[in-house]
Design a protein around this ligand. Structure first.
Ligand code: GUN
Length: 283
């Protein structure tokens, strides 16, 4: 079974559009981009387009590649204090001269729709998430939409990044899976992967996961966005070699990618609802 992330994201965006209309709220997302990396600019444009589609207002702050830490922090502080802004997304990676950790730590946790602030990571790991990072949360949505059970299943996550591997493991654990996190120092990576009922690869290496790493019938999720030696877009999986072995599999493109943006929209609406609730309580 091919897990069609594009179709799931379309469905979720339509549903969200209706929910936003019914709510009478006008959520607003601010994006911050530092420098002129074309891939980052394209991702941010896609995020703004998705906002427009579902009825979320968006503003984009663009800073030059040589912007100082202070300048980026100042932009974040302004957005934190702006009552009209519900969600803040600082596009990563940031240029080498900007301290990404300081910038992320400066985002108000209740506007942190990326879910990267330590408060939100901590809440996620304590089993009480507010905003979970969009890519792993989007993967959980795919699993739910296709009724793929997680409770008691053995999930193996390859990669320990703060934006995917770690929060993915926490989300799967919160959904009652037995979770193993693998990384570059894992002794028997292939053996660990082969034990997975649900295998999530977030490595960033073209065709890293071959048939010798996949148990028959496993659900295999590909987070990689890579280019092979011919410059062709591909994921972490050797898709052709693995697809008949897997019970369910995400393609690249059209798998996990579209879910990241759909989840960002859902998180932004959540931030707007939370703010609306808190302003009613405060009155
Ligand atoms: N760069 C690549 N993916 C992401 C993401 O999900 N959020 C942010 N802020 N930057 C990214």
């Amino acid at each position: 079974m091919i897990l069609d992330g594009k179709a799931v994201s379309e469905k979720r965006l339509e549903l969200l559009k209706e929910k936003i209309e019914e709510s009478g709220l006008y959520p607003r997302l601010a994006t911050v981009i530092v420098g002129d990396d074309p891939a980052s600019q394209m991702y941010v444009r896609m995020k703004h387009r998705a906002c427009e589609r579902v009825g979320i207002g968006s503003i984009g702050i663009e800073l030059p590649a040589d912007a100082s830490n202070e300048r980026v922090l100042e932009a974040v502080a302004r957005l934190n204090n702006d009552p009209d802004i519900n969600g803040i997304l600082v596009q990563l990676p940031l240029p080498a001269g900007v301290d990404a950790r300081r910038v992320i730590d400066a985002i108000s946790p209740d506007k942190d729709v990326d879910g990267f602030h330590p408060c939100n990571i901590g809440r996620l790991f304590s089993g009480d998430p507010l905003f979970a990072p969009c890519t792993p949360q989007g993967i959980m949505t795919i699993l739910e939409e296709y009724h793929i059970p997680t409770a008691g299943e053995h999930a193996v996550v390859i990669g320990r990044s703060i934006d995917v591997g770690r929060p993915m493991a926490a989300l799967l654990l919160n959904a009652d899976a037995t979770v193993t996190i693998c990384h570059s120092k894992t002794r028997d990576l292939k053996g660990e992967a082969r034990r997975a009922d649900i295998l999530v690869s977030a490595v960033g290496k073209a065709r890293f996961v071959g048939p010798d790493m996949v148990k028959e019938g496993a659900t295999v999720i590909d987070v990689g966005i890579n280019h092979d030696e011919d410059g062709k877009l591909c994921g972490d999986l050797d898709f052709e070699a693995v697809k008949d072995l897997a019970g369910a599999i995400t393609p690249v493109p059209g798998g996990v990618g579209p879910m990241t943006i759909a989840t960002l929209m859902e998180n932004t609406f959540k931030a707007a609802r939370l703010r609306a609730c808190s302003s009613i309580t405060a009155r």
